[in-house]
Structure formats: C-alpha cells, structure tokens
Design a protein around this ligand. Structure first.
Ligand code: HEC
Length: 187
C-alpha cells in the first residue's frame, strides 16, 4: 500500500513536470535568437529608411503605425507570438505581462550587479514555451529614446508626446536596458 502511494505521488509529479531538457532549451534558445534578430533587422531597416527620408518627424509616425503590424507579420511567418515590451512604455499596446515584468526586473538586477545577461527559455503552466532576451539601447536609438534637448530634439519630443501622451520611454543612455523580446512558441 505504501509503495502504491509512493508510486502515485511520483506519477503525479511526473505529469506536472513541465521542465525542458538541456537539449530542448538550447533548441528554443537558438530559435528565439534567430527570430528576435530577424525582427530587430526588419524593424531597424525600415526605421533607418524612414530616418533617411525625413528624420524622427517621419520615422516616429511610421513606427506608430507599422511597428506592431510588422512584428505580427513576422509572428505569422515563424508561427510564434513576437512581442517587444518594456517597464517604461511608449506604446501601451506593448504592455508587459506579470512574468515579463519579473524578467525585466531580474535583468535590471543582473546589470546593476555587473553580471552578464543571457536569454531565458522556460515553460509555463499551460506547457507553452517562452523565450525572453534583453533589448539594450544603442547610439542610434537615442534620437527617440535619449535625454530631451540633448539627443531628442524639442521638436521630436513634441511629436512623441502628441502620439503617446503617456510616454515613459525617454531619458535612456547607451547600454541601458530598454526592454525585452518576448517570444511564445505555439504548441
Ligand atoms: C525614430 C524614432 C525611434 C528610434 C530611432 C527608435 N525608436 Fe523605439 N520606439 C519608437 C516608437 C514611436 C515606438 C512605439 C512603437 C509602437 O507604437 O509600437 C517605439 C517602441 C519601442 C519599443 C517597444 C516598447 C514600447 O515602449 O512601446 C522598444 C523595445 C524600442 N522602441 C526600442 C528601441 C531600440 C532598442 C532602438 C534603437 C535600436 C529604438 N527603439 C529606436 C521610436 C523610435
């Protein structure tokens, strides 16, 4: 009887065990890296094109209309859900989930402890796989996310404010954590 009980407990634990093997983790990490890099490339190519055509005044309205549809299109291509999110949002539609916010806060802690940050792969209680990777601020992000009147011109700031009255995504320095890529793999 006692043995049967132990067996039942063991089976119940095995059924709830959603953990991934090291090999699976590596596979999802590789896929996540590939997808986030492709998305970054697609977004920054469009952004650079618009910046050349007319600076922030042209590029900001472009991002406003095109950034989310572009990641949605890539989501369909890769059969995943691609999201960019942050603890200091520009667009409220990119709002983080509770778990995403925890990941961002952990990345902040690692950075302030001068530790290396690497992408995270994990499984949720519904057995969906997730990939999270840091997005850091580069020099060419500052025209729209840096300090106002230093990198972000007063004119650019007013365009941002008119489209995003609750914008928090400003005042960053190069190397700061801007947010994360969050990719959910469909079963
Ligand atoms: C031309 C101005 C511009 C530049 C340059 C720019 N961004 Fe943004 N960024 C925006 C706008 C506008 C949004 C809101 C897009 C939307 O509506 O989805 C945004 C949104 C984001 C978001 C999504 C989270 C949020 O706050 O809504 C991230 C992450 C982000 N930017 C990172 C970067 C990084 C990293 C760079 C540099 C590689 C960069 N941006 C360069 C204008 C810019």
């Amino acid at each position: 009887m006692k043995n049967l009980l132990i067996l039942l407990v063991f089976l119940a634990m095995a059924a709830c065990d959603n953990s991934l093997s090291e090999k699976e983790k590596q596979e999802y990490a590789n896929k996540g890296n590939e997808i986030s890099q492709a998305s970054f490339k697609a977004l920054s190519e469009k952004l650079t094109e618009q910046m050349k055509l007319g600076g922030p005044a042209k590029a900001i309205p472009f991002c406003n209309v095109e950034a989310i549809p572009l990641t949605q299109q890539l989501s369909e291509e890769y059969k995943v859900t691609i999201k960019r999110t942050s603890d200091k949002l520009r667009n409220q539609e990119n709002k983080p989930s509770e778990r995403e916010l925890e990941i961002i806060n952990n990345f902040h802690k690692l950075i302030s402890g001068k530790k290396e940050i690497t992408p995270i792969v994990e499984v949720d209680s519904n057995n969906n796989k997730h990939y999270y990777a840091p997005i850091t601020v580069k020099a060419n992000c500052l025209a729209c996310h840096g300090e106002v009147d230093e990198f972000v011109s007063i004119k650019t700031d007013s365009i941002i404010k008119s489209l995003y009255p609750n914008d928090k995504a400003i005042g960053y320095n190069e190397g700061d954590l801007r947010g994360i890529w969050s990719i959910e793999f469909k079963k």
